[in-house]
Design a binder for this molecule. Structure first.
Ligand code: ADE
Ligand code: ZN
Length: 319
């Protein structure tokens, strides 16, 4: 689906395709515990979010140098451009790299090599959003925010990801307050596997402008009403929800009901190398399987720009 769109929920580490993983492993002298790309793809059968995260973090071992991060981002941008993506707000997970001894500067400068020229090379404008791992401590998140100070001209906002259940947004209250004082935009994953209360907490305690996933809001009609009234965007990821078994099948996905309820929904790819599709593939899938009309698809594409952090003039250019 080549409809012009913005991608607002994309973990760059989740775009690591098996072929690139093996190429980077060879380049860096890293041995992967899989015989080849087919054997690796065989491991892409997930029970839940945690079983995916285990593989996602394991494969990051191949990412070591600025060039690796630049190649990863460039490969993503090439694929995204072919599927009509005109703007991306890209998540990255600094703690997953610093914990392995890869400095934050390597990650940011490497990604920046690809992003700074992506309007010319791929016709895609970009923003970077630094995510904290919610299953790590608040102190570690605060230290990561401190370490990011030299790079804040390249980082638009902060997010919260990784294992959700048992790690409520309130744990990161002070970090989000500090980020707000630095002028950073704020988003957070909430209501993917976690309960609707986490969505409310992300809004009230963390002050997020956008909720990543937010799927489980549908269990709380009063929350749905609030999200509609306050025009809070949700960055949904249908193929991810199927692969991580948040929904039984794509046909059961609540996206049509969410749109009917008046929610400001967007469709995104999350970790496309692992979940079977990039942004356009997600649009195609909801068109085909959920029977969303062309007009609904255009609404989703419009919503993606409305919900973005683009300035008005940039937004008009990207649409
Ligand atoms: N990190 C990468 N993908 C994620 C997801 N879908 N949920 C939480 N953390 C993630
Ligand atoms: Zn995500």
């Amino acid at each position: 689906m080549s409809l012009p769109k913005a991608e607002l929920h994309l973990h760059i580490e989740g775009t690591l395709e098996p072929e690139l993983a093996f190429e980077l492993a060879a380049r860096n002298g890293v041995t992967l515990p899989y015989a080849d790309t087919d054997a690796l793809r065989e491991a892409y059968r997930f029970e839940d979010l945690q079983s995916f995260l285990n593989l996602y973090y394991e494969l990051m071992a191949v990412l070591r140098t600025e060039r690796d991060f630049a190649d990863l981002a460039d490969a993503y941008l090439t694929r995204a451009a072919a599927q009509g993506v005109r703007h991306v707000e890209m998540f990255f997970d600094p703690q997953a790299h610093t914990a392995r001894g890869v400095a934050l500067g390597i990650v940011v400068e490497g990604l920046w090599r690809a992003l700074e020229k992506s309007v010319e090379t791929h016709g895609i404008s970009t923003r970077l959003i630094m995510c904290f791992l919610r299953d790590e401590s608040a102190a570690s998140a605060m230290e990561t925010l401190r370490a990011a100070r030299p790079y804040l001209d390249r980082i638009t906002g902060i997010g919260l990801d990784s294992a959700e259940v048992g790690h409520p947004p309130v744990k990161f209250r002070e970090v989000y307050e500090a980020a707000a004082r630095l002028g950073l935009r704020r988003v957070a994953h909430a209501g993917e596997e976690g309960p609707p209360e986490y969505i409310t907490e992300a809004l009230d305690v963390l002050g997020v402008e956008r909720v990543d996933h937010g799927l489980r809001c549908m269990e709380d009609p009063a929350l749905v009403e609030r999200l509609v009234r306050e025009r809070i965007p949700l960055t949904l990821c249908p193929l991810s929800n199927v692969r991580l078994r948040t929904v039984d099948t794509l046909a059961d996905h609540p996206l049509p009901a969410m749109l009917d309820a008046g929610l400001l929904c967007t469709v995104n790819s999350d970790d496309p190398a692992y979940f079977g599709g990039y942004a356009g593939d997600n649009f195609d899938a909801v068109h085909r399987t959920l029977g969303l009309s062309e007009e609904r698809l255009r609404e989703l594409a419009r919503n993606s720009f409305t919900a973005s952090f683009l300035e008005d003039d940039e937004e008009r250019r990207a649409r």
